[in-house]
Design a binder for this molecule. Structure first.
Ligand code: CA
Length: 224
């Protein structure tokens, strides 16, 4: 799941990005309103964590702008303000939830999970099935008949991406962006490495290589 984190307090932004990545999110960060808008226009995000007080353009302005662009992804606003009037203003502008600073990381993670469940009822938290395989993305369990493979977070994210795009070739660059995030410190070769891990764990030929391009999922009937 891809998140845009917009926070101008550098230390807080770094700490949050670290925690989010640790919990399996692909995180991009922006330190001001204009950078946030530029990223929101260039990339697709499934969640936004948006600070209210920001340089250049404030959080409400960014929120209104991304909603006017037709972005429907959940937005969690971070704010030191807790007056009722401000909350109403934020919700009117299209925010989905609020978190008052300071907050615990666990609280942020719980809110994000709730938001993504609400918005992606058919997707997050439910099983993904193609052919003989099913994946529980939250538990990281991939099953095929009696076989069950326990996957790491990144492996599960990668498999999820392949399975929901069944039959479609995904370029290495696209996979990298979706699983590791635009600004991640990992390298493009991680994609190959994790494809290798997945093939080994699943003992499947369903992960196909499109030579020189990328990978795709094609689960043949005889795969089980
Ligand atoms: Ca701020």
């Amino acid at each position: 799941m891809r998140v845009l984190l917009v926070e101008d307090e550098k230390k807080l932004a770094e700490a949050l990005a670290y925690q989010l990545r640790k919990h399996g999110y692909a995180v991009d960060t922006a330190a001001d309103g204009e950078a946030a808008l530029a990223l929101a226009q260039a990339q697709v995000y499934e969640l936004f964590v948006l600070d209210w007080m920001l340089p250049k353009r404030d959080g409400i302005c960014v929120l209104k702008e991304i909603r006017s662009l037709g972005v429907e992804a959940p937005v969690l606003m971070l704010t030191a303000r807790d007056s009722l009037a401000d909350r109403v203003k934020g919700l009117d502008a299209g925010a989905d939830d609020y978190l008052i600073k300071p907050f615990l990381t666990e609280e942020l993670l719980a809110r994000l999970r709730a938001l993504s469940r609400r918005k992606n009822k058919d997707y997050v938290g439910s099983l993904i099935a193609t052919g003989a395989w099913t994946l529980d993305p939250l538990k990281g369990e991939a099953r095929c008949g009696d076989r069950c493979a326990q996957l790491s977070q990144k492996e599960a994210q990668l498999l999820e991406l392949l399975m929901v795009n069944e039959g479609q070739v995904l370029t290495k660059e696209r996979i990298f962006e979706r699983v590791w995030g635009y600004c991640a410190e990992a390298e493009l070769t991680s994609v190959e490495l994790y494809i290798h891990y997945l093939r080994k764990k699943l003992h499947t030929t369903a992960i196909k290589t499109a030579r020189g391009v990328g990978y795709y999922w094609q689960d043949e009937a005889n795969d089980a």
